[in-house]
Write a protein that binds this ligand. Structure first.
Ligand SMILES: [Zn+2]
Ligand SMILES: [Zn+2]
Ligand SMILES: [Zn+2]
Ligand SMILES: [Zn+2]
Ligand SMILES: [Zn+2]
Length: 239
């Protein structure tokens, strides 16, 4: 936050010059957590408590001040909180303007706020708006391997990472392809065996047919031989 050696807010922050009676006479800043002492003079709480440690008198009118009798000015604190201020990062380029009370909330999202790179071990301080660009080249950036092997990868190691899960996946795909080839071959073999059995059967049938024909031929020849001389004798006998 705005560092107080001075307890109050830097008057330069305010869009409109703050009212004279909102200025702490000790720090010359705009009252931060204003408190009133017995003489009705008002100071930042931190400023007057520091002052009273050295002397228990009002820095404005020198009247005695009892440190246990100081009153917090809630209403005034609220109206100061409504004053519009410029972002403290305006020198870096932030043009935002908002009520003083929203200063903290703005600093948590201001793109011009200088923040420490969140990646462990990185010493870089970057503007919040430039963090993405920095992260893309941050040497300390780490992300678990997307395959889920548990290895933390940096920008450089990501390209070189030989993930065993990936290797295993590739191996499984290869084995699957090989199994498909083998079962394809087995199918072909069974088909060939069937064809061969068919052919064998047909050859067997063919052989049987040939044997029958052979037998018939032999029988015909034998018949012809047996008939031959008988016929000639009968023809000679009839003539
Ligand atoms: Zn002050
Ligand atoms: Zn006084
Ligand atoms: Zn800002
Ligand atoms: Zn970094
Ligand atoms: Zn991996």
């Amino acid at each position: 936050m705005l560092a107080p050696p001075s307890g109050g807010y830097d008057t330069e922050l305010f869009v409109d010059t703050p009212d004279h009676d909102l200025i702490c006479t000790i720090c010359q800043g705009v009252l931060r957590c204003p408190v009133r002492v017995a003489c009705h003079h008002i100071f930042c709480k931190k400023c007057i408590l520091q002052w009273l440690r050295r002397q228990e008198t009002c820095p404005c009118c020198r009247k005695p001040v009892n440190p246990s009798l100081i009153f917090v000015m809630y209403k005034m604190s609220k109206s100061i909180g409504r004053l519009r201020i410029k972002c403290k990062n305006r020198s870096c380029g932030c043009t935002a303007i908002f009520p003083l009370s929203e200063q903290h909330a703005h600093s948590l999202e201001c793109l011009f706020e200088r923040i420490l790179c969140p990646h462990q071990g990185c010493p870089a301080q970057v503007l919040r708006g430039e963090l993405d660009a920095h992260t893309r080249s941050c040497e300390h950036w780490r992300q678990p391997c997307p395959m889920g092997c548990g290895t933390l990868l940096g920008h450089q190691t990501r390209g070189q990472h030989n993930c065993y899960l990936k290797l295993r996946q590739e191996q499984e795909a290869q084995q699957q392809a090989q199994r498909q080839i083998v079962s394809g071959l087995q199918r072909k073999m069974r088909k060939m065996q069937k064809t061969m059995a068919n052919m064998k059967r047909q050859i067997g049938l063919l052989c049987e047919t040939l044997e029958v024909m052979d037998d018939q031929e032999e029988a015909e020849v034998a018949e012809a031989e047996a008939e031959g001389p008988g016929e000639s004798s009968s023809s000679s006998s009839s003539s």
